[in-house]
Design a binder for this molecule. Sequence first.
Ligand SMILES: *Cc1c(COP(=O)(O)O)cnc(C)c1O
Length: 393
Amino acid sequence: MPDPAFRPAQPLPYGRQHITDADVAAVAEALRADFLTQGPRVAEFETQFAAYIGARYAVAVSNGTAALHLCALALGVGPGQRVITTPLTFAASANCVLYCGGEVHFADIDPATGLIDLQAVRALLGAHPKGYFQGLIPVDFAGLGADLEQARALADEFGLWIIEDACHAPGGFFVDSEGRERRCGSSQLADLAIFSFHPVKHIATGEGGMVTTNDERLYHRLLRLRTHGITRDEASFVNPGEGGWYMEMQELGYNYRISDINCALGLSQLSRAEAGLARRRELAVRYDDAFAALPGVDVLAPGRPGHAYHLYVVQVADRRGLYDFLKTRQIFAQVHYIPVHRMPYYERLGWRKGDFPQAEAYYARCLSLPLYPTLTDEEQDYVVACIREFLAG
Ligand SMILES: *Cc1c(COP(=O)(O)O)cnc(C)c1O
């Protein structure tokens, strides 16, 4: 039985990093090593992350947004290109298209999952001549794997590439039509997938991101774009080499590198990723059980296999009231997301309230509750008790 007198020792955010002594030691070791950046820990993190996710190649970058930008560049997004994504995501999933001069279009969500509604995508594709759209960016919202089998079929039919935004779902999967578990970000069905290592995500590096792919050509392009468009690979030189120092800038790239210091932390965190995921799922089951008996709280996709639980999302009628009430109890819930098309910048591009009614209805009622590996059972019981108290009015 929960202890009614329990009060958490610290405020409870919706998400937070878990840093151990081993993490600190790994970073200290990196600081004393020969390379602070462009050293062996970057490649090691890429290799181990690719193995964890089940992709052939991985390219570590400075953050998840840079990962998205590089993907859009590598796939040739530019003026006149049109890309479809979900309005229920972090702005970066859409912004990457605009960085490259392309056009963003949205398809509404499936309210049962918060994922992009592939029927709505099909309707949008069907309303234009073939070739009008070039790409699709599904997002594994909250940790639910998008159905990339269906997305791939649609993409093949209409000639689209796919970038899976898997920031919420390292270790997650969706179940395909033959009952197979398909790991999020494995890029078996997407062309490219991206991850973020911001501290609220499963694996923290401070700032950091990753692109995964099974496509060797895209992999080499991403490596070059990450470092100014410069290559030192002799086999790919355009001009004759002029000596050991020689390198070539072959296209306009960026400095989107990540440091060895960040990757030392990433490697240490990655070694605990499965344990963290298991704890998230355990906490999710505890929330599911508590809310199953609490009318007025709707849980998003409870018990769905493969859910990686970046977020634990509930929907309530008086979301604002609950948000404010929890704050007075030192519980800092969060809203994911204000739909991208409702942002003033996107409104200036022509999007309006009412354009994506499912995403807007979802936004009106959603709240992400505290969920992270170090959240204790007592703290979680306290969150549930506070919600119960609020609903009892
Ligand atoms: C966190 C996140 C990003 C951006 O990652 P950063 O590392 O913060 O740049 C992109 N998409 C989604 C869905 C995210 O959650």
